[in-house]
Design a protein around this ligand. Structure first.
Ligand SMILES: [Zn+2]
Length: 265
């Protein structure tokens, strides 16, 4: 179904770390090493795997659509939609036999700085510290910014021109206003983040043919001093100022056309 490229949306995004973030990597096992390390690339820079962010966005969208009484499958591999009967979430994020339209690349930071936090393992039965079970957890400190890229193949759904882009932006706004959570230790106050789309471009098949690989800008984030507070309220100030609402309007139009509990329109 994605044999033909009509256009591709490119979103340059950032993740703003608002409280210490722990996304676990492989434990080194070396003596004296931290018990729970964070994911790092070969040069020792922490990063946010695209799959982590994609998983969070997928489950937020499931919650939203379930809340509207629309059918979506469970990401549990046994419960994914059958091939040929994919729900909207499978079409966007991938299903049993469809790749999905949304690709999320890893997000990187230009700082290697991490901190070590102490923790206590709690015995599940006694609710007390398990004997001598102190551990250390590595975190990326509050204030770190990661940069990454999301692409969407063919943003159209049904007759709604930018429905997939609207779906993504609507989900980002919902995430920023509500959950804000990424990675481990969330119950300890870790992993509060904001997802910040900076620049959104569209490249059509014609652009490729003509060598315009940058495509054309659709919207860009408006810089302002209180941006963090604005984003936390679920707002997304982008220029031109009616564009985000238009994209999300396309998504709403598509969702409203879905049968309750049922099929794609
Ligand atoms: Zn599905």
């Amino acid at each position: 179904m994605f044999d033909t490229l009509e256009s591709r949306i490119i979103i340059d995004y950032e993740i703003w770390v608002r409280s210490d973030l722990h996304i676990g990597g492989h434990d080194s096992g070396a003596p004296g090493a931290v018990d729970m390390g964070v994911m790092k690339d070969v040069d020792g820079y922490p990063f946010v795997p695209g799959s982590s962010l994609k998983g969070v966005l997928r489950s937020e969208m499931e919650r939203l659509l379930n809340g509207l009484g629309k059918h979506v499958c469970s990401p549990d591999p046994d419960k994914l939609c059958k091939a040929g009967e994919e729900c909207t979430v499978c079409l966007l994020f991938g299903g049993r036999e469809v790749a999905g339209s949304i690709r999320v690349r890893d997000a990187y930071t230009d700082s290697r700085r991490t901190l070590i936090r102490d923790g206590v393992r709690i015995d599940r039965k006694t609710r007390k510290a398990a004997g001598g079970a102190y551990y250390t957890m590595e975190v990326v400190p509050k204030g770190t910014k990661f940069k990454g890229r999301i692409t969407i193949e063919n943003p159209k759904l049904g007759e709604c021109r930018y429905a997939k882009l609207g779906a993504l932006l609507g989900t980002v706004r919902f995430f920023n206003a509500t959950s804000k959570s990424l990675g481990g230790g969330v119950s300890r106050g870790f992993g509060e983040v904001l997802i910040v789309p900076r620049l959104i471009r569209e490249i059509t098949a014609d652009d490729y043919l003509e060598g315009r690989y940058e495509g054309r800008e659709l919207v860009s984030l408006i810089e302002r001093d209180d941006l963090g507070e604005i984003l936390e309220r679920g707002e997304l100030p982008m220029s031109p100022d009616d564009a985000v609402d238009r994209f999300i309007g396309d998504w709403k139009g598509y969702v409203e056309a879905m049968e309750d509990g049922g099929k794609e329109p």
